[in-house]
Design a protein around this ligand. Structure first.
Ligand code: RIB
Length: 312
């Protein structure tokens, strides 16, 4: 049995509108479309890794409603194991309201719903699954205490823990989580929140990465979208250039990155090479609308890595 990528995290039904530009405070704008897509940072990461042929198992929680049914069906359609996704008797399925403007930039508001019921105890019940993983993917749309416990269980079993600190909390993340995380992967906004520094351009990212290392994060990867990514570990930094692709919708690009990285680690690749997989997976995701529907296949990723283009 191949070791699965295990994701502990959120599942949301995304309600997506497409105004030309996002409204300012007090302003009303028109959009021409309202779409519903399966989303949630955790579930998106799971689908991203599964599309790249990794065996994936998800741990999370949805409500006993139609949104929950749809999210479970869509995970199963991508081959993601859903035995670890339980259903709340009281809370509704997590929902995200998303605007995507004409430049493809997104703004997201999440109602956590059943995601808020992912407790350390719920995670604990899946301890053997987590300990059997090739990698554990975490994000912060479920309670931090659950992530702390999942990371502890994984680290104790020698499983690499990859934390996407999204959304980044204003208060510092627990020392225990820092200790057990193998790699933290913030974007610019999240790096700024975690460090208190303005993360602008490559210089800013380098300074933020050093600061995160001083905070106790062992390996740091800062994602700058079209400006590339910066890997910092052991006092050494390395820049990766972004793939040049047309941007339709940036939603879930970071989730695609995590899925791509985990799929590569699952294949036994070293971190340096796995980052390229993450970047290619992220690039593919921005070329299409929606979260899970936008995740690329192994064939698409291989072409992008080989040629630098979407088509070979
Ligand atoms: O990262 C994108 C995701 O953030 C969306 O799918 C939405 O559900 C929110 O969780």
């Amino acid at each position: 049995m191949r070791k699965p990528v295990v994701v502990v995290g959120s599942l949301n039904l995304d309600l997506v509108v497409n105004p030309e530009r996002a409204p300012a405070a007090g302003e009303t704008v028109f959009a021409s479309r309202l779409d519903q897509f399966p989303g949630g940072k955790g579930a998106n990461q799971a689908v991203a890794a599964a599309r790249l042929s990794a065996p994936v198992a998800m741990v999370g929680r949805v409500g006993q409603d139609g949104f929950g049914d749809r999210l479970l069906e869509s995970l199963r359609a991508d081959g993601v194991g859903t035995e670890g996704v339980s259903r709340s008797a009281t809370a509704g399925t997590g929902t995200a309201v998303i605007t995507v403007d004409a430049t493809g930039q997104n703004r997201i508001v999440v109602v956590a719903g059943a995601n808020a019921e992912v407790t350390p105890e719920l995670v604990e019940a899946h301890g053997p699954l987590i300990a059997s993983a090739s990698a554990l993917l975490l994000q912060l749309e479920v309670p931090v205490a659950a992530c702390v416990r999942a990371a502890e269980l994984a680290a104790a079993a020698g499983v690499p823990v990859i934390l996407d600190p999204a959304p980044a909390p204003a208060e510092p993340l627990p020392v225990q989580l820092r200790k057990n995380t193998w790699l933290i992967t913030p974007n610019e906004t999240e790096a700024a929140t975690l460090t208190g520094l303005p993360v602008e351009g490559r210089r800013g990212a380098e300074e933020a990465a050093r600061t995160l290392a001083e905070q106790g994060w062992r390996q740091v990867l800062i994602k700058l979208g079209g400006n590339g990514a910066y890997l910092y570990r052991g006092g050494e930094g390395r820049w990766y250039d972004a793939f040049e692709v047309p941007v339709v919708d940036t939603t879930a690009a970071g989730d695609a990155f995590a899925g791509g990285l985990a799929a590569a680690l699952h294949r036994g690749m070293a971190l340096e090479e796995a980052v390229r997989w993450g970047m290619a997976a992220g690039a593919l995701a921005v070329t299409r609308p929606g979260a899970q529907p936008a995740m690329g296949t192994l064939a698409e990723l291989t072409t992008l890595l080989r040629t630098g283009r979407l088509e070979g």
